[in-house]
Write a protein that binds this ligand. Structure first.
Ligand SMILES: Nc1ncnc2c1ncn2[C@@H]1O[C@H](COP(=O)(O)OP(=O)(O)OP(=O)(O)O)[C@@H](O)[C@H]1O
Ligand SMILES: [Mg+2]
Length: 544
C-alpha cells in the first residue's frame, strides 16, 4: 500500500498534524522517545483497520479525534466523537459499525496482518518470525503467501464432500431399492405370464351358438311331440269308435236272437234276421278293420312319441350341460381378463421401475463423479497437495532471498551466516511435524539463532523479514508500497547500521521508505541518501 498523506487531529500526541509522503525516497523520522514517531504508523492502522499495534481497541487521546489517510488513490477518514466512530470512504460510503468499515478496508487494502508484515518493520515485530514456534511460523507464512486461502477452499471442499457423501449414500441406497423393486416386479411379471397359460377358457361364443342350436332342436322336438300326441289321441279315439261300432253290432245281434223287436214288440222274421246278421257282420268287419288300423297307427305313434321324448330328454340334458359350460367359460374368461389386467399393470410397473433405476443410476454416477472430483480437489488442497508443493517452493525462494539479504546485512568479518528453512520438521519418533523449522548455520558459535548476539539476531531478523515481505508482495500481487522501518537499528553496531542502511536505501529507489529512529546520530550515516528529514517534537512535525 502506497501512503501519500496522513492527517491527524487528537491522535495520541498529535493534536493537528498533516504529512505528505514523497512518492519515493528515504524519509528519516527522528524525535525523542514518546514524541509521536511510531504514531505515524499507528495512524494508518487506526484509520484503515480501526486497530493499533499496541492495542486492539485503541483509546484516542480525547473524546474527539480525526485521522485521514490517503493511500493507493483512496481517501479514508475516521472521525471519533464522544458517542461513536464514523469511517467514510472516498466513494462516499460511510460506516459506524467497526466491523463493516473493516470489511470495506480489507476489500480495498487487504488485511491488517498482511500490511503489518509486508510494509512495517518494527523492532517489536521484526523477530516475530524467527522467534515464533514452528507451527505458528507455518501459519504466519501460509497467511503471508496467501496459502491460507487454500484453507478456506479446503474447508469448503471438505464440507461439500460431506454433503456429496451423504448424497452419494442416499443415491446408492436409492439405486439398491429401485433395483430390488425392479427385480420383484420382473418376478411378479413372470408369474403373471405363467398364470395366463394355466387356464384356457372355452370359446363362449361357439358354446353359445351350440346352445342356441340345441335350444332350437328342443323346440322343434316339442312341436313334433305335441303333433304325435295328437295323432296318438286320434288313434285312440278311432280304436274306441271301432270298439263302439263292434259293441253296437253285437248288441244288435243279441236282439235278433230274442225273435221280437224290443221297442215295437213285432216278431222278427227269418229274412229280417238274415239281412240284419249280414249288416252286423259287415259292421263288425268294418269296425274290426278300423280298429286294427287305428291300433297299428296308435302303436306306431307311440314309438315315435317315446323316441321323441327320449330325444327331447337328451337334448335337455345337453342344454343343461351347455348352459353350465357357457357359465364356466364366461367365469374363466373373466378370470383370464383379470389376470391379463394384472399382468399389464405389473408390466407398467416394470417399465416405471426400469425408468427409476435408470434415473437412480444417473444420480449415483453423477454424485460418484462429484465425489471423485472433490476427493481429487481435497487431496490437491490438503496440506500434502499443491499447498505443500507451493509452500516448499516458496520456502526455497524465501531461503534464497533471505540468504542474499543476509549476505548484504551481515558483518564483514563474521563467519558466513546461512539461513535454512525446513518445511517439515522431523519428530523424535520419525514422523513429520507439519510446521516450518528455522536453522541458522554459523550463528551463535554454531549454536544457532538463540545463541547469536542481539546484533546478529537483528541482522538475521531484518534479512528474513525483507525476504518474507518480498515474497508476500509477489504472492498478493501488491506493488511496492510505502515501507516503515521503526527502530530497526537499535541493536546494531555502526557496521550493522551501515549494512542495513544500504539495503534500506536501495529499497527506497522505487518507493517511499520511512526510517523511524530516536537515534539522531544516524542522520550523519545517511548523508546523501535522504530525501526528507522529519523531526517530531511533542506531536508536531518539523521539516529539518
Ligand atoms: N496505540 C496507542 N495506544 C495508546 N497510546 C499510544 C498509542 N500509540 C501511541 N500512543 C501514545 O502516543 C505517544 C507517542 O507514542 P509513539 O509510539 O508515537 O512515540 P515514539 O515517538 O515512537 O517513541 P519511541 O521513540 O519511544 O518509540 C506516547 O505517549 C504513546 O503512549
Ligand atoms: Mg516508537
Amino acid at each position: 500500500m502506497r501512503v501519500s498523506k496522513i492527517e491527524m487531529e487528537g491522535v495520541f500526541s498529535h493534536e493537528d498534524t498533516t504529512v505528505d509522503f514523497p512518492e519515493r525516497g528515504l524519509v528519516l523520522v527522528t524525535g525523542r522517545n514518546g514524541s509521536g514517531k511510531t504514531t505515524l504508523i499507528e495512524a494508518v492502522a487506526l484509520c484503515l483497520w480501526g486497530t493499533t499495534f499496541r492495542k486492539r481497541n485503541p483509546g484516542w487521546s480525547g473524546d474527539k479525534g480525526r485521522v485521514v489517510v490517503q493511500a493507493n488513490d483512496h481517501k479514508i477518514e475516521r472521525v471519533k466523537t464522544k458517542s461513536k466512530v464514523k469511517t467514510t470512504f472516498d466513494d462516499k460510503t460511510s460506516f459506524t459499525r467497526v466491523r463493516d468499515a473493516l470489511e470495506h478496508t480489507t476489500t480495498l487494502f487487504g488485511s491488517f496482518d498482511i500490511w503489518r508484515r509486508i510494509n512495517v518493520f518494527s523492532s517489536r515485530d521484526v523477530a516475530r518470525f524467527t522467534t515464533a514456534t514452528d507451527a505458528f511460523r507455518k501459519r504466519m507464512l501460509e497467511e503471508l503467501l496467501g496459502l491460507d486461502r487454500f484453507e478456506v477452499a479446503s474447508t469448503a471442499c471438505r464440507e461439500d464432500k460431506k454433503c456429496v457423501i451423504r448424497e452419494y449414500t442416499a443415491a446408492t441406497y436409492g439405486l439398491d431399492q429401485a433395483q430390488s423393486e425392479l427385480q420383484t416386479a420382473e418376478a411378479r411379471l413372470k408369474d403373471a405370464e405363467i398364470s395366463l397359460d394355466e387356464e384356457e377358457p372355452e370359446n363362449v361364443e361357439a358354446l353359445e351358438d351350440s346352445y342356441s342350436i340345441v335350444e332350437g332342436k328342443i323346440a322343434r322336438t316339442a312341436v313334433a311331440l305335441r303333433s304325435i300326441n295328437r295323432a296318438r289321441k286320434e288313434a285312440d279315439k278311432a280304436v274306441w269308435e271301432a270298439d263302439q261300432a263292434i259293441a253296437h253290432a253285437e248288441k244288435h245281434e243279441r236282439l235278433l236272437e230274442g225273435g221280437t223287436c224290443s221297442s215295437c214288440g213285432q216278431k222278427i222274421t227269418e229274412k229280417m234276421t238274415r239281412s240284419a246278421r249280414v249288416d252286423v257282420a259287415k259292421a263288425r268287419a268294418t269296425a274290426t278293420g278300423a280298429r286294427k288300423v287305428a291300433k297299428e297307427h296308435r302303436e306306431a305313434t307311440e314309438e315315435q312319441y317315446e323316441n321323441l321324448k327320449a330325444t327331447k330328454h337328451k337334448l335337455t340334458q345337453k342344454h343343461y350341460g351347455l348352459h353350465s359350460r357357457v357359465e364356466s367359460a364366461k367365469a374363466a374368461t373373466r378370470r383370464q381378463e383379470n389376470r391379463e389386467e394384472r399382468r399389464k399393470k405389473i408390466a407398467e410397473d416394470v417399465i416405471d421401475f426400469t425408468d427409476t433405476v435408470a434415473e437412480c443410476e444417473q444420480d449415483e454416477e453423477k454424485t460418484r463423479k462429484e465425489l471423485e472430483t472433490l476427493e481429487v480437489v481435497d487431496r490437491v488442497l490438503s496440506t500434502q497437495g499443491v499447498r505443500a508443493h507451493l509452500l516448499a517452493n516458496a520456502l526455497s525462494a524465501i531461503e534464497a532471498v533471505a540468504n542474499s539479504w543476509l549476505g548484504r546485512v551481515a558483518a564483514i568479518d563474521e563467519t558466513e551466516l546461512v539461513l535454512k528453512l525446513s518445511s517439515y520438521a522431523e519428530r523424535g519418533d520419525g514422523s513429520l511435524k507439519d510446521a516450518i523449522g528455522l536453522e541458522i548455520e554459523g550463528a551463535g558459535n554454531g549454536h544457532g539463532y538463540e545463541a547469536a548476539s542481539s546484533g546478529e539476531q537483528r541482522r538475521i531478523d531484518v534479512a528474513l523479514m525483507l525476504a518474507l515481505a518480498e515474497m508476500a508482495e509477489a504472492a498478493h500481487g501488491v506493488e511496492s508500497g510505502t515501507l516503515f522501518f521503526d527502530e530497526v537499528f537499535d541493536a546494531l553496531d555502526e557496521e550493522g547500521v551501515e549494512a542495513v542502511r544500504d539495503v534500506i536505501a536501495s529499497l527506497a529507489e522505487d518507493r517511499c521508505v520511512l526510517l523511524i529512529t530516536h537515534n539522531d546520530q544516524i542522520k550523519t550515516q545517511l548523508k546523501g541518501l535522504l530525501t526528507e528529514h522529519w523531526h517530531v517534537e511533542e506531536g508536531e512535525i518539523k521539516y529539518a
